[in-house]
Every structure is written in structure tokens, then in C-alpha cells.
Design a protein around this ligand. Structure first.
Ligand code: ATP
Length: 333
């Protein structure tokens, strides 16, 4: 079991309030991802759950029991960092088994647990190597393996893939998803990466300046954001924001995803000029400078040609537009 509850949790460093009253419930077995701009408090919140930072006020509980005062080692939590922090003089096998050895497990228990984790992470052939003889991706898998052998209640990941190259990130991301399915463990994961958040999470927590801006399933946040902050943060390229007044609408601001904005050289609702075109292979992004609405992004499937400076017309799909008030709160009609 590993259900986590945060109740009105705050954190101040001196007079600086960093976490300003967070309530959160993560179910047993859930994969929960923290996202938000740099400095919003993601790592601080994770470190408070791990016990590496004190909680200024509020309560952290696992399976209903308060753990605020419990030492990190007694929380049954395993943390995987972006830097692997492996012991250079120990083999992969000994790095993975160290925590169990320190906890007094028998040699047979350690061997069984490390062999099982090695099998899950395809580390079998590397067990007798030292960290210096491994690639970055392999080291990160060892760091994950070291977390798995302890069968913790909760796994915490702080940007574990950010040191890996693009191909390895994808492979390791898929591995983490598979691991989550196989272990059925509760995982909390901090990332800057939209794709990691969207693909790994059962639940995404969007943080903004130490507060929760919204919690929800990835596609719910994408399709049904509560405010302009979440609407603009989730999704890449970003949602376009249009001034509704200019379009004769009653709300203050209109949000439209780049894939729901049609572009034509002949006719449409908003006049603009092509300022830049990006061909990404499977899709084309067209950036158009408009009067009143600034630079708008259009996402088209496949390859498309538009000359820079060409006059174009943009038309939002009315069924897919989101309305916001002047304070950025969503208006649901
Ligand atoms: N020990 C500390 N003393 C003072 N301020 C701190 C301390 N640790 C973090 N902070 C401040 O708390 C805020 C949140 O930091 P945190 O590392 O949690 O953000 P983050 O969302 O993880 O950022 P990033 O995405 O850049 O890693 C920042 O403004 C940071 O400067």
C-alpha cells in the first residue's frame, strides 16, 4: 500500500514562502506527475515527501498515517534523482543490493531481489561492471534498480531522464511506464518534459508559484483546463489566446489549440501574415503575425508550404474554443 495525502502543506525558507498550502491525494498505485515552471516548488514538494526538507506546516501522510516527524530512512520511500549517485567502487550488483545489506537482509534475499530487478531492467549482463563502465542510460537503470529492490511504498523521481539523450529518454520513459504497470507501485515524478508528463501520468499536478493550479488526468487538463495558466502550460506548442472582444464574443479571452486553428490563403476570420514555418516531418507549424491577437500558431498534419510574409486567414474551430474571464478563469457555458 502507498497512498499519499498532503493536507495544507506549506514550506518557507526564512521569510520566503515557497509552498503555499498544497492539498493533494495520490491513490495507491497511481502515477502522479508534478509539472510547473522553473522555481514553482516541484522539487521542494518532492523533498518534503521524502523527508529531506522539513514541512513548515500542514501534514504529510502515507496510508493515513502522519509521517512529518519520521526520518527519511524510515518512510519506506525510494527516490531516484537526475544524478544517479552510484558508488563508483561498487559493482552494479553491490550498488543495487547495498540498501538491503544495510537493512540486514540475508545474502540469499539480496541476491533474489537484485536478480529480479536486474531482469526487469535488462541489467543481467552488466551486474559485475562498475558505474564507470556503463553508459548514462545504463547508470540511470541501475539507479532505478537500486530503488526497486527495496520494494518501497512510494517511488519519487526527480527529473530522472534529463541527463539522457533523446533516444535514451524515450527508451527509459517506456521502461518506467512498463515498470509502473508491473510493480503496481505508487510513483511521484517531477519533470519539465511535456511528453513525459502526458504519457506517464495517471494524474498531473500543475503547480504555479507554490500553489496547485489544477489536478487531473493528462487529456482532461489538455482539453478542459480550469484557467489560462494550465491551458498555456499543458501542450506544446502552446495554446493560442485571442482577444474575444475583437471577435464580437462576450468572454474576455478565447483559447484555441494550434491544431484547431484553420489556415487559408483565401478567406477566414482573422487576417495575418506568415512569419515563420517549421516542418517537423509528420507535422508543420505555421506562425502567423496578426493584428490584435499577436503571433498565432497553426499546427497542420503532414507537410505544407507557406511563403514567409504571405497574407493568410485564420479561423478558430468554434466547437473547440475555450472561454476565459479577465482574471484567466475558465468560463464554462
Ligand atoms: N534551501 C533553499 N533555501 C532558500 N530557497 C530555496 C531553497 N530551496 C529552494 N528554494 C527556492 O524555492 C523555490 C522552489 O524551488 P524548487 O527547486 O522546488 O523549484 P522547482 O519547481 O523544482 O524548479 P526547477 O524546475 O527549476 O527545478 C525557488 O524559488 C528556490 O529558489
Amino acid at each position: 500500500m502507498g497512498a499519499l495525502t498532503l493536507s495544507q502543506v506549506t514550506k518557507s525558507f526564512g521569510r520566503t514562502d515557497v509552498i503555499k498550502g498544497v492539498d493533494l491525494a495520490v491513490e495507491d498505485g497511481e502515477f502522479c506527475v508534478f509539472v510547473g515552471p522553473s522555481g514553482c516548488g516541484k522539487s521542494t514538494l518532492l523533498r518534503m515527501i521524502a523527508g529531506l526538507e522539513d514541512v513548515s506546516s500542514g501534514e504529510v501522510a502515507i496510508d493515513g498515517a502522519r509521517i512529518n516527524e519520521l526520518a527519511p530512512a524510515r518512510r519506506e520511500i525510494a527516490m531516484v534523482f537526475q544524478s544517479y549517485a552510484l558508488y563508483p567502487h561498487l559493482t552494479v550488483r553491490d550498488n543495487m543490493g547495498l540498501a538491503l545489506k544495510q537493512a540486514g537482509s540475508s545474502r540469499a534475499q539480496i541476491a533474489a531481489a537484485t536478480d529480479k530487478a536486474a531482469g526487469m531492467l535488462a541489467l543481467g549482463p552488466l551486474m559485475d561492471r562498475r558505474p564507470a563502465e556503463l553508459s548514462g542510460g545504463q547508470r540511470q537503470r541501475v539507479a532505478i534498480g537500486r530503488a526497486i529492490v527495496r520494494t518501497p511504498k512510494l517511488f519519487l523521481f526527480d527529473e530522472p531522464l534529463s541527463n539522457l539523450d533523446a533516444a535514451l529518454r524515450v527508451a527509459t520513459r517506456i521502461e518506467i511506464a512498463r515498470l509502473h504497470r508491473e510493480l503496481g507501485a505508487t510513483m511521484i515524478y517531477v519533470t519539465h518534459d511535456q511528453v513525459e508528463a502526458m504519457t506517464l501520468a495517471d494524474k498531473i499536478v500543475v503547480l504555479n508559484a507554490g500553489r496547485v493550479a489544477q489536478v487531473g488526468a493528462p487529456m482532461d487538463l489538455y482539453n478542459d483546463p480550469d484557467n489560462t495558466f494550465v491551458a498555456g502550460f499543458i501542450g506544446s506548442p502552446q495554446m493560442n489566446f485571442l482577444k474575444s472582444g475583437l471577435l464580437g464574443l462576450r468572454s474576455d479571452l478565447l483559447g484555441i489549440r494550434p491544431e484547431h486553428l484553420a489556415i487559408s490563403t483565401e478567406t477566414g476570420q482573422i487576417a495575418g501574415r506568415v512569419s515563420h514555418v517549421e516542418k517537423l516531418g509528420g507535422e508543420t507549424l505555421v506562425y502567423a503575425a496578426t493584428e490584435g491577437h499577436g503571433l498565432l500558431t497553426v499546427r497542420l498534419f503532414g507537410e505544407h508550404d507557406f511563403a514567409v510574409d504571405a497574407p493568410v486567414w485564420l479561423t478558430p474551430d468554434a466547437a473547440r474554443t475555450l472561454h476565459f474571464d479577465a482574471g484567466g478563469q475558465r468560463l464554462r457555458h
